[in-house]
Design a protein around this ligand. Structure first.
Ligand code: ADP
Ligand code: AMP
Length: 214
């Protein structure tokens, strides 16, 4: 199954992608995670992406589409995948459609996790991640048993540099400038399914699974 997760920063794409990945045994492909890893490892890609990410801007399309094209060619994607945070622009969506041409079926579902932006600031400022396994937590909505320590692997938690109020506002603007074009691109494909991301995590998961199991 090939799935795209759309939605604003903080909507719960990463959270739901991890749950779908475990349930269906397909990889989560998060362009944000790939880019953050490149920055951490100080690769050429990381050096080129860093300033855009720190400012809450999108990394240029050609860099990102190249990463995804290569990643989708890896063997673990043969049974499907979940794209989390890609595509983010119409040009990326068109490039993806182009690169999937010739592959049986293309994308099966485009799930748009819709949410009220005003409520997402709190989700993002409270987001914490494990340095080791990237598991997601929230200081209030999904805290770890021991403060600052990952429940899963004991790794240390950290806060993303772009999860500050100032950068969040910029990321919302970027999202809003692209969202409608992406929605209409996929709405015409018949694969587009909106879900209510304002609900608690397990209720969003229920909506998502109802779509995937249909
Ligand atoms: P995205 O990948 O869309 O940016 P995340 O999955 O990283 O969003 O979620 C952002 C933060 O909000 C995380 O701290 C996560 O634990 C929390 N979160 C995710 N979904 C929900 C939800 N439905 N209700 C409350 N908190 C949520
Ligand atoms: P995310 O982890 O999805 O919140 O993404 C964090 C940051 O990575 C974004 O604010 C962008 O700077 C960059 N990024 C992630 N995915 C993309 C994408 N598909 N296109 C452009 N930039 C991206």
């Amino acid at each position: 199954m090939r799935i795209i997760l759309l939605g604003p920063p903080g909507a719960g794409k990463g959270t739901q992608a991890k749950i779908i990945s475990e349930r269906f045994g397909i990889p989560q492909i998060s362009t944000g995670d790939i880019l953050r890893k490149a920055i951490q490892e100080q690769t050429d890609l990381g050096r080129r992406a860093k300033a855009f990410m720190d400012n809450g801007q999108l990394v240029p399309d050609d860099l990102v589409t190249g990463i995804v094209h290569d990643r989708l060619a890896e063997p673990d994607c043969s049974r499907g995948y979940i794209l989390d945070g890609f595509p983010r622009t119409l040009a990326q969506a068109e490039a993806l459609t182009e690169s999937l041409k010739g592959q049986r079926g293309g994308i099966d579902f485009v799930i748009d996790i819709r949410a009220d932006l005003s409520r997402l600031v709190k989700r993002l400022t409270g987001r914490r991640l494990c340095k080791n396994c990237q598991q997601m937590y929230h200081e209030e909505f999904n805290p770890t048993k021991m403060k600052g320590v990952c429940d899963k692997c004991g790794g240390e938690l950290y806060q993303r540099e772009d999860d500050t109020e100032e950068t969040i506002v910029r990321r919302f603007d970027v999202y809003e400038s692209q969202a409608r074009a992406l929605e209409s691109f996929y709405a015409s494909s018949g694969k587009y399914r909106p879900v209510n991301g304002d609900l608690p995590v397990d209720q969003v998961t229920r909506e998502v699974f109802a779509i995937l199991n249909h």
